[in-house]
Design a protein around this ligand. Structure first.
Ligand code: WT7
Length: 654
């Protein structure tokens, strides 16, 4: 940490809301918080009534049978109507919903009226293929406008979408399709990424070889590089969707109708299908988008740089912004194409006022240097956001000074795929900021820090982050695995949701998130399970056993570090390291590639045979080994440490 920042933190310097921002902010004081504290259920009911259109009002706000919650029981609404049609009906049809920019530089502006037509046609196409309410539809696309259109089309007819990130492999896609038993897949011929085509349709074809539930595949033409189409199964979007009528009345859905499944890594190799439903989810994403981003739909241009394949894209590219009638930028490609100022060129060109991105991106921009943002006019920005992992104070200050020119508040938003919406965040017009702290739970949210015994640690204190009250956008379970839902989130502490993050509270009560405490790594803000990477390594014929840990990395937050025992007859070599890294990339995706691989003859294990990853982490982080008395053979870890230091297994940078 630089001296300047250390000084800043020691002084406990806070950044109060800039007066000109606070003067017009939606939330300027603690009255909303006070109202929510007094009666959280009434607060959420108020948000649901104020922010959404209901076809039928609910009979009860909440039914809470821990760990199962139902919100707005008896109420009905349609998500697509709330995100699109009602804005057109209110006379806002000419407002732009999406300002889309393709990586090659092509552009499209899509108004709410156009979005209504497109979503209706796509919904009619799904109906024509026999997709019904309750069915699952997998979506595997690049960042083109048809991705949110496909999501909204599903919502319109009550089919649940399962968006699979376009960077995932055929195996990952197939596993997710089969787990959800998706009836249809919507994909693209390809996507543009760093000037090259990602062959999505080829990957999808490979996945579909063993995905018996899928009867139809809709293919959007984007890269036009020539793909094979399977007669009967595959349909071009431009043939099927464009031939449909633009009339497709949105049907009222039960508030607890499944809206989507989104897979996230857990501590075992099999990803969990996180389920989100309709009324509570939309209430909380609409409310948090409005209050955290202080949105003024008539004048703001908002840009969230995430991909729709992650929950951030679901909640803060699609549902939150559209429910508020906002105008958003969507960008297809990478930040360094054709040059490292692409993001800042987009901010300048569209006059972006609110930018929401991830610490890993911010650290990359820092590494590239100030010259890139300085080339462009960033004066339109009035608010910055961060999500995905703890933002270190250096990155916070750089973001604030170099991107925000010292004028913009930063909202550091803590949440998870499971929480569906932002839970802990400053309210930019009301909360004094401390660089690196996500500050306080939002109104209506109950969060606390507890010790091993489940008791609150008090102020100041450190322990585990828990959520101690149901919230509208909470996950409704793990698809097909209610036991895993209980075990993962509700068994650690009686009556509390266990988030899996370490956290501390400082003397002022501010929350500081400290990263994962379980075996989930956070690489560039993405959840990757150690078990998933281990099983990919062991899948390689040369590997007998593997242990994987997340280690601190200046750019990606955490990096994947692997310790590998080879099967006899195999020899450690740089070529083998490369081969194993590629093998992991092929099975899971490039993001899961180990940054370093150390070959070893043994792994530190407890007497019951459980690998002690903590010790491997200590080795990789060059920390003291602490207590090794529970090890079956304490000399093993000392041997690994010697080899690790000798090998300089820092890995190569990519
Ligand atoms: C995990 C959830 C939320 C969308 C993207 C990630 C970490 C997320 C923050 C933050 C510190 C954060 C946590 C959390 N995380 N935001 N502002 N400060 N940590 O969603 O893949 O479900 O990962 O991301 O560790 O548990 P996800």
């Amino acid at each position: 940490m630089s001296d300047a920042i250390e000084g800043l933190l020691e002084e406990g310097r806070t950044f109060p809301p800039p007066p000109e921002f606070a003067a017009t902010a939606r939330v300027r004081d603690s009255s909303l918080q006070a109202a929510a504290d007094a009666d959280p259920e009434a607060f959420w009911a108020g948000q649901a009534a104020e922010l959404l259109d209901w076809d039928r009002p609910w009979d009860r706000v909440l039914d809470w049978q821990p760990p199962d919650a139902q919100w707005f029981l008896g109420g009905t609404l349609n998500v697509a109507h709330n995100c699109v049609d009602r804005h057109v009906a209110a006379g806002l049809g000419d407002r732009v919903a999406f300002l889309w920019e393709g990586e090659p530089g092509d552009e499209r502006a899509i108004t709410y009226a156009e979005l209504q037509d497109e979503v209706s046609r796509a919904a009619n196409a799904l109906l024509a293929l026999g997709i019904e309410r309750g069915d699952r539809v997998a979506i595997y696309m690049g960042m083109v406008p048809e991705l949110p259109i496909a999501m909204l089309a599903c919502a319109r007819i009550g089919a649940a979408h399962s968006v699979v990130f376009g960077g995932f492999t055929a195996d990952s896609l197939r596993g997710r399709i089969n787990d959800a038993e998706a009836k249809a897949l919507i994909t693209c011929d390809g996507a543009w990424r760093r000037g090259a085509v990602v062959p999505l349709k080829d990957i999808a074809d490979e996945a579909l070889q063993d995905a018996p539930s899928v009867h139809h595949c809709i293919v959007l033409r984007r890269t036009d590089h020539g793909v094979s189409m399977t007669p009967g199964r595959d349909h071009w979007w431009h043939d099927l969707v464009e031939a449909q009528s633009e009339h497709c009345p949105p049907e009222p859905m039960d508030a607890e109708q499944l809206l989507f499944i989104l897979y996230t890594s857990g501590t075992t190799a099999k990803p969990k299908g996180i389920m989100h439903t309709t009324g509570g989810y939309l209430t909380q994403v609409a409310s948090t988008f409005r209050n955290v981003f202080d949105i003024r739909p008539e004048s703001d241009v908002y840009w969230c740089t995430a991909d729709c394949g992650w929950v951030t894209g679901h909640s803060y590219i699609v549902y939150g912004p559209l429910a508020n009638g906002a105008t958003s930028v969507i960008y297809e490609g990478t930040p360094d194409h054709p040059d490292k100022d692409r993001f800042w060129a987009i901010v300048e060109k569209y006059g972006v006022t609110i930018l929401y991105t991830a610490p890993t991106a911010i650290r990359t921009f820092m590494k590239w240097g100030d010259e890139y943002p300085q080339r462009r006019d960033l004066s339109s920005l009035r608010l910055l956001g961060s999500v995905g992992e703890p933002i270190n104070p250096e990155a916070w200050i750089w973001y604030h000074d170099v991107i925000g020119h010292g004028r913009t508040p930063i909202v550091d938003t803590w949440w998870q795929t499971e929480t569906g919406a932002i839970m802990i965040s400053p309210l930019p017009g009301a909360t004094p900021l401390k660089p690196g702290s996500a500050t306080f739970p939002l109104p209506g949210v109950g969060a606390d820090v507890v010790g091993d015994d489940g008791e609150p640690v008090g102020v100041p204190g450190g322990g585990y982050l828990v959520l101690n009250r149901p919230w509208p956008s909470m996950l409704r379970g793990v698809w097909g695995d209610p036991q895993r839902f209980r075990d993962t989130y509700w068994s650690r502490f009686e009556g509390l949701y266990f988030a899996g993050d370490g956290a501390k509270r400082d003397a002022d009560g501010y929350l500081w998130l400290l990263g994962r405490v379980d075996d989930v790594m956070l690489v560039s803000g993405h959840n990757i399970s150690t078990a998933e990477v281990e099983s990919a390594l062991v899948d390689h014929h040369a590997v007998a056993e593997a242990a994987v840990v997340g280690t601190t990395d200046a750019t990606t937050g955490q990096a994947v570090s692997a310790f590998v025992i080879l099967r006899s007859g195999n020899v450690a070599s740089d070529d083998l390291v490369r081969e194993l890294r590629d093998h992991v990339a092929k099975l899971i995706g490039p993001i899961a590639k180990p940054k370093s691989i150390l070959f070893t003859d043994d792994l530190p294990k407890t007497r019951s045979g459980k690998i002690m990853r903590r010790l491997l982490r200590n080795v990789a982080e060059d920390e003291s080994l602490g207590d090794t008395t529970t090890l079956a053979d304490p000399s093993v870890v000392a041997g690994i440490r010697d080899r690790y230091l000798a090998s300089n297994a820092g890995g190569d940078d990519e």
